[in-house]
Every structure is written in structure tokens, then in C-alpha cells.
Design a protein around this ligand. Structure first.
Ligand SMILES: NC(=O)c1ccc[n+]([C@@H]2O[C@H](COP(=O)([O-])OP(=O)(O)OC[C@H]3O[C@@H](n4cnc5c(N)ncnc54)[C@H](OP(=O)(O)O)[C@@H]3O)[C@@H](O)[C@H]2O)c1
Length: 264
């Protein structure tokens, strides 16, 4: 049987493009989303990743049907925009439940299967925002920083079982993420002018981002690769350069560049 791949958040954007591409390459693909979606070329399972029972049931369903899970792509995620001071705690919990705890629960359900197989790959879709704090995205960036730490630690814990883990950090990708972001909408905000300028640039960058198919091809290469490393960037050269600069420049200079770019 072909390799079995589970991809969360396959109803739109990067997840849909990746699930479609891997299906076209001959893999057995199971996609998930909260909404019930018909008409995808790959199999869809309804699964809210903030619901532990739904995750356990979905993984069980795949094992019953396909008997194994070779690759887990943790892709489902939620963006945010707004000043941290004004972000409702309920929104922050929602983001961490989705972007962090949902990923943890999926890994916990899939690892026993992979340990028994003595093989498996886990690809966590993080973000360049997991390498640097970006203005008005404190919640989102901190959730992706969490994914970076989790990935680095987990790699060492499961390597002896033949399981490989990595994070894939996209820059801006042209998806519907702008429409799905939890955006703070507060009248008379002290951050209003600055936030509106930054928000516009943030949205424009997504529209001008790389197509989700480019991320799909990168995931495909990672699935095919015999031995994977810990972190991979995918995005426009300028955004990859930003990661390089973040590592090399003094913090004050890097922050100045980011603030000028986003017109904070
Ligand atoms: N687009 C970018 O510029 C960009 C850049 C870097 C990283 N990323 C990351 O890439 C991943 C995909 O983003 P995208 O741009 O493709 O966004 P998108 O088009 O908004 O897709 C998000 C997907 O996640 C699913 N989802 C959200 N909450 C969920 C939940 N609680 N349970 C199950 N599924 C859930 C959505 O499905 P339903 O709504 O149907 O449930 C949808 O399929 C995210 O982790 C994001 O942080 C995106």
C-alpha cells in the first residue's frame, strides 16, 4: 500500500494544496477540517483539533481503514492580528488550543502508531513568525515559537524509534488566512493608526505571497527525503533573508528594520 499521510486543515490554503498534490503523487491522503467538506480528491475527515475526542476518533478511523499512518502534517492553524494589550484572552486561548495543543494532541495520538511501525515522519507547519516576533502578531508568533521548541525537543525523544520530526516555516503564502485571522477590533484604540498601517502591509504581503502549491512541493520533498533535518524555510528570498538577518544582526538594529518595514 502507498504511504498514508494525515494532513490537518485540508479544507483550504496550504493544507488543501498539499493534500491535493500528495494525492496526485499517489499517496493515500486523509485531510481534516472542522467543516464537513465534500468533493475533495482525497479523503476528508471532520475533526476539530481543539476537540481531543474528535482527534482520537479521527486517528482511530484512519487506522481502521488504512492500518497505518506514515506521515502526519500538522498544518491546521489560526492567525491573529492586533495589539496584545487589547486581544481578548478567549482569542489567545483559541489560538493556543488550535496552533499548539491541537498539534500536541495529534502527535500524542499518532506516536503510538508510529512507534509500533518503527517509522514515521511528523512535519509541523510553523511560520517565519516562529523565528521572530512581529508587531501586532504576538499571539500568533508565540504559538509558532512554541511549535519550534516542541519540534526541537520531540526530535530527540523519538529518534530512537525511527520517527523523524521537523518544522516547515513558510513566509507569506497567498491563502485565505487574512479572512480567517482573529482580528482585534477596538474603538478608540491607542494603537489604531499604527495597527492599521501594519495590518494593511500584513494583508498585502499575504496576497503577494508564494502560491500554496510551492509549500505543497516542499512538503512532498520532505516526505520523500530519507533523512530530514530539523527546520526548513519556504518563501520569497527576501523573507528567507530576514531570518538570516535576525540571527546575525544586533536585536536593536533588527527591530528597527522590522518597525520601519511595517510602519509601526
Ligand atoms: N498563509 C500564510 O502566509 C502562512 C505563513 C506561514 C505559516 N502559515 C501556516 O500555515 C498553516 C495553514 O495556513 P493557511 O494559510 O493555509 O490558512 P487557511 O487558508 O486559513 O487554512 C487554515 C486551515 O486550518 C483549518 N483549521 C483552523 N482551525 C481549525 C481547528 N480548530 N480544527 C481543525 N482545522 C482547523 C481550517 O479548516 P476549517 O476552517 O474548515 O476547519 C483550514 O483548513 C497554518 O498553520 C498557518 O499558521 C501560513
Amino acid at each position: 500500500m502507498s504511504q498514508v499521510i494525515l494532513i490537518t486543515g485540508a479544507s483550504s490554503g496550504i493544507g488543501q494544496a498539499t493534500a491535493t498534490y500528495l494525492h496526485q503523487q499517489g499517496f493515500t491522503v486523509y485531510g481534516t477540517s472542522r467543516r464537513k467538506i465534500d468533493g475533495m480528491p482525497f479523503r476528508m475527515i471532520q475533526m476539530d483539533i481543539t476537540d481531543d475526542a474528535a482527534i482520537a476518533k479521527g486517528v482511530q478511523e484512519i487506522i481502521e481503514q488504512a492500518g497505518k499512518i506514515d506521515v502526519l502534517v500538522n498544518n491546521a492553524g489560526l492567525g491573529t492580528a492586533g495589539a496584545l494589550e487589547e486581544t481578548p484572552l478567549a482569542d489567545i486561548r483559541n489560538v493556543f488550543d488550535t496552533n499548539v495543543l491541537g498539534v500536541v494532541k495529534l502527535i500524542q495520538e499518532v506516536l503510538p502508531v508510529m512507534r509500533q511501525q518503527k517509522s514515521g515522519k511528523i512535519i509541523n507547519i510553523s511560520s517565519i513568525g516562529g523565528m521572530m516576533g512581529l508587531p501586532y502578531r504576538a499571539t500568533y508568533c508565540s504559538s509558532k515559537f512554541a511549535i519550534e521548541g516542541l519540534t526541537e525537543a520531540l526530535r530527540m525523544e523519538v529518534a530512537n524509534f525511527g520517527i523523524q520530526v521537523c518544522s516547515l516555516l513558510p513566509g507569506d503564502v497567498n491563502t485565505a488566512i487574512n479572512d480567517h485571522r482573529l482580528t482585534v477590533d477596538k474603538n478608540d484604540s491607542v494603537y489604531q493608526d499604527s495597527f492599521e498601517r501594519t495590518h494593511q502591509i500584513m494583508n498585502d504581503d499575504v496576497v503577494q505571497g508564494i502560491p500554496p502549491e510551492a509549500v505543497a512541493r516542499k512538503v512532498f520533498r520532505l516526505v520523500k527525503k530519507k533523512k530530514i533535518g530539523g527546520k526548513y524555510l519556504v518563501g520569497k528570498p527576501l523573507q528567507k533573508l530576514t531570518v538570516f538577518l535576525k540571527r546575525r544582526l544586533p536585536n536593536s538594529i533588527f527591530e528597527w528594520i522590522i518597525k520601519v518595514y511595517y510602519k509601526v
